[in-house]
Design a protein around this ligand. Structure first.
Ligand code: NAD
Length: 321
């Protein structure tokens, strides 16, 4: 099987590639992997360091909006998994344009290339943020999309194009919508590594608004296993929510991190809230659980591992801050 992983040099994509090439996904031990990544500020070859010389790995530096390049690169692949995106909500508020180009136009270009090259299955890695905020209960896959940030609106646009390529052309497209991820190799602009790296340096952590926004957390390793499960056992044209089931306010998340550093409330700096900040995300993961998904990584263990990883890999993150 030949798998093209777009955005495979980023946080989640690189975790998927490292896991796949280390033989952790039964049935995919002989998969050939092509990583296609533009290497924006968010992507780095250092994330693929452990598999750099792996005989079943090829790296191509390129942009998913580059139609000519896609015609060359996509041919011969059985599967495309699209992790490539502009991903930071704050950056999307400051400048939405790049988000529409990569997340919408780039996904369409990749879908078209998949169709032209007879790719068997296309997996679009989307986000729970496309549903917008939910006050009570949890979104199922059939809820209407009500994205509120330019980031989530661009991801929702991509999801709808995936649906259209399935309905119109019969392409086997599967969409995953995961909740917030944490784990090693996450860019230090995102909340968990931002807080961890600040605390390593003895600096205060900036908490938005009243800290009462609620997010559902899942370890990146569980997310990637879920993506592989959707490839193995999912169905064409379907959407799968992926949630960890653990909801925390940002204040609770901060308290758990502070406890790991033996610090207290004196290390918190409350900062003005993000524009249009969604209050709560929560997905119903019943559909993916029905095909066999269970998260493996207990949150407190995973979080302590992350703190250790950032302490031990300061060369990796210091050049990004
Ligand atoms: P990331 O920002 O760490 O990585 C994105 C990668 O895409 C980088 O390697 C970057 O170089 C690459 N890229 C960006 N634009 C590109 C382009 N035009 N062409 C080719 N490559 C390009 O993001 P991440 O956190 O790993 O997220 C991966 C995917 O998972 C995204 O689609 C995101 O929407 C989704 N997701 C993320 C989370 C989360 O908590 N991080 C949760 C749910 C879903």
């Amino acid at each position: 099987m030949r798998i093209l992983v777009a955005g495979g040099a980023g946080f989640i994509g690189s975790h998927y590639v490292r896991s796949l090439l280390s033989g952790r996904y039964p049935g995919a031990e002989d998969a050939q992997v092509t990583v296609l990544d533009k290497l924006t500020y968010a992507g780095t070859l250092a994330n693929l360091g452990p598999v750099e010389d792996h005989p079943r790995h090829t790296f191509v530096r390129g942009d998913i909006t580059d139609v000519r390049l896609l015609n060359d690169v996509v041919a011969g692949h059985d599967v495309i998994i699209n992790f490539a995106a502009e991903t930071h909500v704050d950056r999307s508020i400051a400048g939405p344009g790049d988000f529409v180009v990569t997340n919408v136009h780039g996904t369409q270009a990749l879908l078209q290339a998949a169709l032209d090259a007879n790719v068997r299955t296309f997996i679009q890695v989307s986000t729970d943020e496309v549903y917008g905020s939910v006050a009570v209960g949890s979104w199922t896959e059939s809820e209407p999309l009500q994205p509120n940030s330019p980031y989530s609106a661009a991801k929702a646009g991509a999801d709808l194009l995936c649906r259209a390529y399935h309905q119109t052309y019969g392409l086997d497209v599967r969409v995953t919508r995961c909740s917030n991820n944490y784990g090693p190799y996450q860019h230090p602009e995102k909340v968990v590594p931002l807080f961890v790296t600040n605390l390593i340096d003895g600096r205060r952590v900036p908490l938005y608004g009243d800290g009462r926004h609620v997010r559902e957390w899942l370890h990146v390793d569980d997310h990637c296993r879920a993506v592989q499960l959707v490839l193995d056992k999912g169905s064409a044209g379907e959407v799968y929510n992926i949630g960890g089931g653990l909801e925390l306010t940002n204040r609770e998340l901060t308290e758990r991190l502070l406890a790991l550093f033996g610090r207290g409330a004196e290390m918190v700096e409350y900062v003005p809230d993000r524009l249009g900040h969604d209050q709560r995300y929560s997905v119903d993961s019943g559909k993916i659980r029905a095909i066999g998904f269970h998260p493996h990584v207990p949150f407190d263990e995973g979080l302590a591992d992350v703190v250790r990883w950032y302490r031990d890999h300061q060369n990796w993150w210091r050049r990004l801050t």
